[in-house]
Design a binder for this molecule. Structure first.
Ligand SMILES: C[S@@+](CC[C@H](N)C(=O)[O-])C[C@H]1O[C@@H](n2cnc3c(N)ncnc32)[C@H](O)[C@@H]1O
Length: 363
């Protein structure tokens, strides 16, 4: 019975703007109990316990048991309240930990994984209304704390969701089915109108291409899910090679970077928090122009209040070379050498900049 469900024992802070209740097809989930504004902190939670370096594969049963034994009686009761998607108890302690853990990258404990009782009650959405940003964005809270922030205004009564993996922003609906370990029932995956699905798929395909282009051919993990031989991240082969070789003009990168929030916004995935991050990054890119006219245009872009206006202004940079192009390309190349896998560096640096994105003729 719902009233006697073990989740009722989970301690939710009195001032929390959410409640835990069943949600069709998704077990239980967190629902807003009042209107939540965009970019509002929804929850900050300390782990019940942490386990180090899960990147080293090993059985965890014993480690989890030792941690659970260390807990006081009340916390043990909280831990044993956990259920597999709100229904059956977990068969093992390890299974309970794995289903309710968060990684702590960005905190002072980047190699640890944390058991978070409440944070892990929020369900996933491919068009979420909340997010769990890198904890380094919240320097004033406990360094182990994980924070959930709204990513758009959330009306009272709405389910609060976040994206379990950022790669879903860059995947079409069919591809997302491969990436998620469950049959996603979120509003983006449940759309029935084929035109809407088509447009959403197009936007997400464009997003991963733009993202890969501005990040020198590296994408945010989409290539782990899709077959890039038949379905390349950047479709145009010349542009793809140019991105991998860091041969993209700075003006082209700047325009493409400005386009990303516009597409995210059209897809319903741009809130104040994310927009602020893109603003800061665009400001940093603007400082890298060395030709005064380009720097002036970039400044004009930054003065625009909305992303579409910024993009409109950024197009004035189209096809403009910059005195800093070679320097910026060399810096990107260096960065790529540091962060990329050797296989990503298969394309050899040619030294020439691609001045215009190459458009292949379409029959
Ligand atoms: C960490 S739990 C989330 C809370 C869980 N619903 C509960 O009742 O405790 C993750 C599990 O919730 C379910 N889930 C989360 N988001 C979902 C979604 N969008 N569609 C379907 N199931 C979802 C999946 O079974 C997933 O493995």
């Amino acid at each position: 019975m719902e009233a006697a469900h073990p989740y009722r024992k989970l301690k939710i802070p009195e001032d929390a703007p959410f409640e835990l209740k069943p949600t069709p097809g998704k077990g239980w989930g967190m629902f807003a109990t009042r209107d939540i504004e965009d970019n509002e902190i929804i929850l900050q939670e300390m782990p019940l316990f942490t386990i180090p370096e899960l990147s080293v594969p090993r059985p965890l049963e014993e480690e989890v048991r030792l941690e659970v034994e260390e807990l006081d009686e009340e916390d043990q009761e909280q831990f044993f309240s956990l259920r597999r998607n709100g229904s059956e108890p977990f068969d093992t302690l390890e299974a309970a930990f794995r289903a309710n853990k968060f990684d702590l990258s960005g905190t002072d404990y980047p190699d640890d994984e944390a058991l978070l009782l409440l944070m892990s009650r929020f369900n996933h959405s491919c068009t979420p209304n909340a997010m769990v940003p890198n904890p380094s964005n919240f320097p004033d809270v406990e360094p182990e704390c994980t924070t959930m922030v709204s990513a758009k205004p959330i009306p009272a009564g709405t389910e609060i969701t976040f994206s379990y993996t950022n790669v879903t922003y860059y995947l079409r609906r069919d591809e997302r089915r491969l990436a998620l370990a469950f049959d996603c029932k979120c509003e983006a995956c449940n759309v029935e109108d084929p035109n809407e699905v088509y447009m959403s798929d197009l936007r997400r395909t464009l997003l991963r291409g733009l993202d890969s282009l501005v990040n020198m051919g590296l994408s945010k993990g989409a290539e782990d899910v899709i077959d890039t031989e038949t379905n390349p991240i950047i479709i145009d082969p010349g542009l793809r090679a140019a991105a991998a070789n860091c041969q993209i003009m700075h003006s082209t990168r700047f325009i493409c970077y400005t386009m990303i929030p516009c597409v995210l916004e059209a897809e319903g995935n741009l809130g104040l928090f994310t927009s602020g991050i893109y603003c800061r990054d665009l400001e940093a890119l603007a400082t890298q122009f060395q030709s005064s006219e380009n720097a002036r245009i970039a400044d004009l872009v930054l003065q625009q209040p909305y992303w579409l206006e910024r993009l409109n202004a950024a197009f004035r940079l189209w096809n403009r070379t910059d005195d800093g192009d070679m320097e910026n390309a060399a810096a990107s190349r260096e960065e790529l050498r540091i962060i990329a896998e050797p296989s990503d560096l298969a394309g050899i640096w040619q030294g020439e900049l691609v001045t215009t994105p190459i458009i292949e003729e379409v029959d």
